[in-house]
Design a protein around this ligand. Structure first.
Ligand code: SF4
Length: 434
């Protein structure tokens, strides 16, 4: 049946989930483009590829609903083909094939060549580092490794992404150079566990050496670190961060919890004392450092006392950036054998309490920035404001700096010096310093 859509033979890639999925979609799109295919991202096309997320319940629900939405469009003759890839497909393929049979084909997270084949394209090995970036042109993600060897009890990622596999430094440098050539100023290093980098390939934690090579790439001005892990943290990374102005004084390190009982059950391999000491060392070695973390509340067996320990610690540590999730009971994870005994309402209440504390802390920390000068990278214009970020802010998750666009003219992707004039809990207002 011929579709009614106007855009013929256009492949629309739809990305759900995390920055690693964004990266994988960009690689897929780069391969398709190199095969002469007309490919778009989250737009209209008669062939749809949905890159799904299978991490936690909410994300899984969103992925299933998106698949159903496009299957409906296919039945309505608005699209010709629907293909599904990514983590949900990797994790639940047999169930999905049974429950949503009207998808043309399902692919796992390591089946790019097979997916390309059904799209009439061939996998091109020579395209190392070539991808069609979907982020604003001034920043891009750089995935330095895939998979994870950690045993965290609540996490399904190793099931979907396999064992940790580092990408060689040489290939990452080529990729960074190609990004710089396209005008990218900021690269955001991502992996499941950034600090594990190199252990498989170089038999040692090699993130610091990678950073020392990346700072040599001309055109790249900011390098940001996401998804560090507390246990076995390579301290030489802090020395490079301190010494190299291109490395943002910023680290994202999901810590998940702090009560020793819960950390033990989560199999995080650390304790409250060790984690607190690690963060104190971050702040001693890199005084300016901005620490982002992520916490889980409502984990099986989390008592009111465990929660009070976590709450007090969040107050004491005063993280610059913090996100909080409610525990999701995931099949085939180690924690699935535990009783999911914290009621959903309590989980939500605890997450709200943590974020209320964090909003207050963020507001107080932002007040201290008023009258101070910062270098800001302009990401976009929105209404009457230019929107940018300091080196202490990662895209989509952290503070934004708003500059009145009726008073000045700025270009997206440029660095400008500003002075902070006003501050809210998660946004800053600034004016340009001439
Ligand atoms: S380090 Fe992260 S990705 Fe790896 S198992 Fe733990 S939570 Fe999951």
């Amino acid at each position: 049946m011929r579709t009614k859509t106007l855009k013929k033979n256009t492949i629309n890639v739809v990305t759900l989930g995390c920055s690693k999925n964004v990266y994988d979609s960009e690689v897929l799109m780069g391969q398709l483009q190199a095969n002469g295919k007309n490919v778009v991202h989250q737009q209209e096309g008669n062939i749809v590829v949905i890159n799904t997320c299978g991490f936690i319940n909410n994300a899984k629900e969103e992925s299933v609903n998106t698949i159903l939405e496009y299957v409906q469009k296919k039945e309505d003759g608005l699209v010709d083909k629907v293909f599904v890839t990514g983590c949900l497909s990797e994790r639940y393929k047999p169930d999905l094939v049974k429950e949503i049979p009207n998808v043309d084909a399902y692919f796992g997270t390591t089946e790019l060549p097979a997916l390309l084949k059904v799209l009439g394209a061939n996998y091109k090995h020579e395209l190392i580092g070539e991808r069609l970036t979907t982020t604003p042109k001034n920043y891009a993600y750089l995935k330095i490794a895939e998979g994870c060897d950690r045993p965290c009890s609540f996490c399904a990622i190793p099931i979907m992404r396999g064992k940790h596999k580092s990408t060689p430094i040489e290939a990452l440098i080529i990729e960074a150079e190609k990004l710089a050539a396209k005008g990218v100023k900021e690269i955001i290093l991502i992996a499941q566990d950034l600090t594990y980098y190199g252990l498989d390939l170089y038999k040692k934690r090699n993130l610091a050496q990678l950073l020392q090579e990346l700072v040599k790439v001309e055109g790249i001005e900011w390098i940001r670190l996401h998804y560090a892990f507390p246990t076995g943290f390579p301290m030489d990374v802090l020395d490079v961060m301190k010494a190299e102005p291109k490395i943002c004084n910023y680290i994202d390190i999901p810590l998940q919890h702090i009560s020793d009982t819960i950390l033990k059950s989560m199999r995080r391999g650390t304790t409250k004392e060790k984690t607190t000491l690690l963060l104190q060392t971050f702040r001693e070695k890199v005084p300016q450092i901005c620490i982002r973390t992520t916490l889980i509340v409502g984990y099986p067996g989390e008592t009111e006392n465990d929660f009070q320990i976590l709450k007090q610690w969040v107050k004491d540590m005063r993280f610059e950036r913090l996100g909080c999730f409610t525990y999701s009971h995931e099949e085939n994870t180690h924690a699935y054998s535990l009783k999911d005994n914290v009621p959903e309402s309590i989980k939500l209440e605890r997450a709200n309490q943590i974020m209320e504390i964090q909003s207050q802390i963020s507001w107080e920390l932002n007040q201290q920035k008023i009258g101070k000068e910062f270098l800001v990278l302009i990401d976009r214009k929105e209404g009457n404001y230019y929107v940018g970020r300091t080196e202490f802010d990662s895209p989509d998750v952290d503070n934004e700096v708003l500059i009145d666009a009726t008073k000045t003219y700025l270009k997206t992707g440029e660095f400008i010096k500003v002075i902070i004039t006003e501050a809210e809990d998660f946004d800053l207002y600034a004016k340009v310093i001439d």
